[in-house]
Design a protein around this ligand. Sequence first.
Ligand code: ZN
Length: 293
Amino acid sequence: MSLTVSNTPICLFCDNTQTHSTPFEDTVFNNKTFEYVQCTNCDLIFVQPLPTMDDITKMYPVEYQGALAGNAYGAYDFLFDRIKTIGTYKTILDYGCGGGRFVVEAVEKGFEVTGTEYNPDLVANLTKTFPKATFLTIDDFYKSDKKYDIIFLSNVLEHLTNPKEIMLKLKERLSENGIFALEGPIENNFNLTQITRKIMFWVRKNIFNKKASHVPTHILYSNRKNQEELFKNIGLETLYFNIEESNWPFPSNYKDCDTMMKKVMYFIATFSVKMSKVFSFWGNNFTYIGKKK
Ligand SMILES: [Zn+2]
């Protein structure tokens, strides 16, 4: 496979080619510097250059996934209840199913479930551990043309270098009245934790001239507006779009805060979570349900 590397950043959501810098520090990974730039049109923040296949292989070693899911415990009851108000569905595709957390819940609810993942070893483990579901590698998934009533993606879009292209491909795999259900972070959406982080990063980047050394697994940081617009632009109609907030990436447990800095971060995040319950635009996670127009 040959890869063409373009030096002009192209927005992963709206294809605009104009960007400006952000408070986020550059990060060094795999002997390369990745910069976070922001689209002047839709405000999406994304890394430049985009990771190559070599970077991506190194980003996700086999250990990345961690332990597989345990038994179903109702973690997605809220989503299934919401889906029930929209229609009756039989088959579900969990694109990027990870350790099978959603798959076990969906099987428990009586759905015919297919999970996909990149790593063939992970797919083999999932197949062995959860015999009531079907698991495919992403490669095998694209070799088939089977359609699904519900296509679910949890914490997937922010890892993709081509989110729009993948969503369009998946749209082709929705059955006639099928729906998308997605959830994930909106890391550049308004909340107090996000503002605090931006100030911290800005100071480190501009005053102390620092670079970060985290693995840029999150290729993009969206907000509530550009996230929903991406879905609209690929021809989806919103049936449900909700913003919530969790303490992440700040500490969620006071007992774990062993420094003053962490304690302050904990209080900021906890206050911000409270505010997110008052203001619907405030938060750092989204849940979306949509269908083809
Ligand atoms: Zn854009």
